[in-house]
Design a protein around this ligand. Structure first.
Ligand code: FAD
Length: 425
């Protein structure tokens, strides 16, 4: 992956793609498919680092739900992302993987994975095919902006390269997991050029809860499943979801929490904190649970009584001890109520660096229909650096692929028209 290409000169044209994540690689592929001269730059020594880490969780490539439901996952950006998906949707993602020799399957939740649940074979095959098609990779090159003549500046260990391109695709990622390359250093560079940006914010993230030292020390790392989380908005409308989450030293995280995280984050931004209610015993009604807990205890300890008659054990019991004053531990109605609707105050989202993905980024009203920056003609943007967010489930990668494809194809058209204008001139 670490091909160090010959030094480009300042009269080089073609398409330059900056960022070798899924969006950038897809942009390079789409541009190269038109015959454009394509050079891809990344500041790390290899491409697709975050894609590879996604493989540790099985590489959820896309989702099998029908198109309207799929597009709705992008919330207020459904229209804009939907335009990209119209050209490269979930079915196209699966076809694309198959063409690289990777068959996919639909899991029980509707999520789509490679048969072997791995990212490395797919990435290796993809990079090999891109190279064979003529895409030139330039690694260890950090894009730091433009010089006065409008050429791209790339910093590296021996100094700086200045590169002139007919069209540029920026696919620099968001701000999560910066160690994998997406450190959001592009934010001030684009802001200085007058590009409208929505502030980056954590998406699909955990939240802080003020656990007691005892609870955090004892239960950090414990999964809570099954559970139902309910959250009410200001109007009193409830969102309820069943799934699982994990207690952490500072709060909670995991798929059930990620699914609600955009609304929880926005509520905290608006009001300083927000409360969720967790049903820790979805299999029993409140009445049944209260009855079970009221049965005679005899000489058994309280925890043995809870375990034997209501199956309450471990972290569930820990939660009761955490939220109820000691004098209520013997009150079956209070304990049942806590187990069926455990109130947890979420204080703040975990930092962006720890989130699975980012919200915010380059605003769609700063872009034209081909994802070109209106204020910097010839510069296109794609992937997670755009101002959309989506839950986990394969929606993140699919939007990165689709927007990369759209930006790459549009950049190639732009480059071709520039080259034609030079010839005519
Ligand atoms: C742990 C984890 C698991 C995930 N699992 C899934 C999953 O299963 N399914 C799913 O859909 N999504 C998943 N995601 C999200 C998904 O990986 C990202 O949404 C996706 O990788 C974003 O693609 P991108 O190309 O926009 O950016 P990135 O993948 O972040 O790539 C950006 C690239 O740009 C380069 N770059 C940045 N700045 C510069 C610069 N100034 N100069 C040169 N190069 C630069 C970086 O080095 C990097 O290679 C996961 C994320 C994480 C953190």
């Amino acid at each position: 992956m670490n091909s160090d290409a010959p030094q480009r000169t300042s009269d080089d044209g073609g398409v330059v793609v900056v960022g070798g994540g899924p969006a950038g690689l897809m942009a390079a592929e789409a541009a190269r498919a038109t015959g454009a001269d394509v050079h891809l730059y990344d500041w790390l020594g290899s491409v697709g680092r975050k894609f590879l880490i996604a493989g540790k969780g099985g590489l959820n490539l896309t989702h099998s739900e029908e198109a309207a439901g799929f597009t709705a996952r992008y919330g207020t950006r459904a229209h804009e992302v939907g335009r990209c998906l119209a050209q490269f949707d979930a079915g196209a993602v699966r076809e694309w993987a198959r063409a690289l020799g990777v068959e996919t399957f639909i899991g029980s939740s509707g999520r789509v994975f490679p048969l072997d649940l791995k990212a490395a074979p797919l990435l290796r095959g993809w990079v090999r095919r891109l190279r064979a098609s003529g895409v030139v990779f330039h690694m260890h090159r950090r894009w730091i902006g433009w010089d006065d003549s409008g050429a791209l500046r790339f910093a590296h260990a021996d100094g700086e390269d200045v590169v002139r391109a007919d069209a540029v695709v920026l696919a620099l990622g968001g701000g999560s997991w910066p160690v994998l390359g997406s450190d959001a250093a592009w934010v001030p560079v684009l802001r200085e050029r007058g590009v409208a940006l929505a502030p980056l914010a954590p998406a699909n993230c955990g939240f802080d809860v003020a656990w007691s030292t005892h609870f955090a020390g004892r239960y950090a790392g414990h999964p809570v499943k099954p559970a139902i989380v309910e959250w009410r908005d200001d109007g009193g409308d409830a969102e309820r979801r069943q799934g699982e989450f994990v207690v952490t030293a500072s709060g909670i995280e995991g798929s059930l929490i990620y699914a609600l995280s955009a609304r929880l984050r926005d509520a905290i931004t608006a009001r300083g904190s927000t409360v969720i209610h967790v049903d820790l015993v979805p299999g029993r009604t409140l009445q049944r649970l209260a009855q079970d807990l009221s049965r005679p205890r005899g000489s058994r300890s309280l925890s043995e009584h809870w375990r034997r008659h209501a199956g309450i054990d471990g972290v569930q019991a820990g939660f009761v001890h955490e939220v109820l004053p000691r004098e209520q531990w013997h009150d079956a109605a209070c304990v049942a109520a806590a187990l069926k609707a455990l109130p947890l105050t979420l204080l703040r989202p975990r930092p962006l660096e720890e989130a699975i993905s980012s919200a915010g980024g380059v605003r769609f009203d700063a872009l034209d229909a081909g994802l070109m920056l209106k204020s910097i003609p010839g510069v296109f943007c794609a992937g997670e650096m755009l101002d959309w967010e989506a839950p986990t489930g394969g929606y993140l990668l699919t939007a990165c692929f689709a927007s990369g494809r759209m930006a790459g194809a549009a950049a190639a058209r732009w480059a071709a028209s520039r080259a034609a204008a030079r010839t005519d001139g």
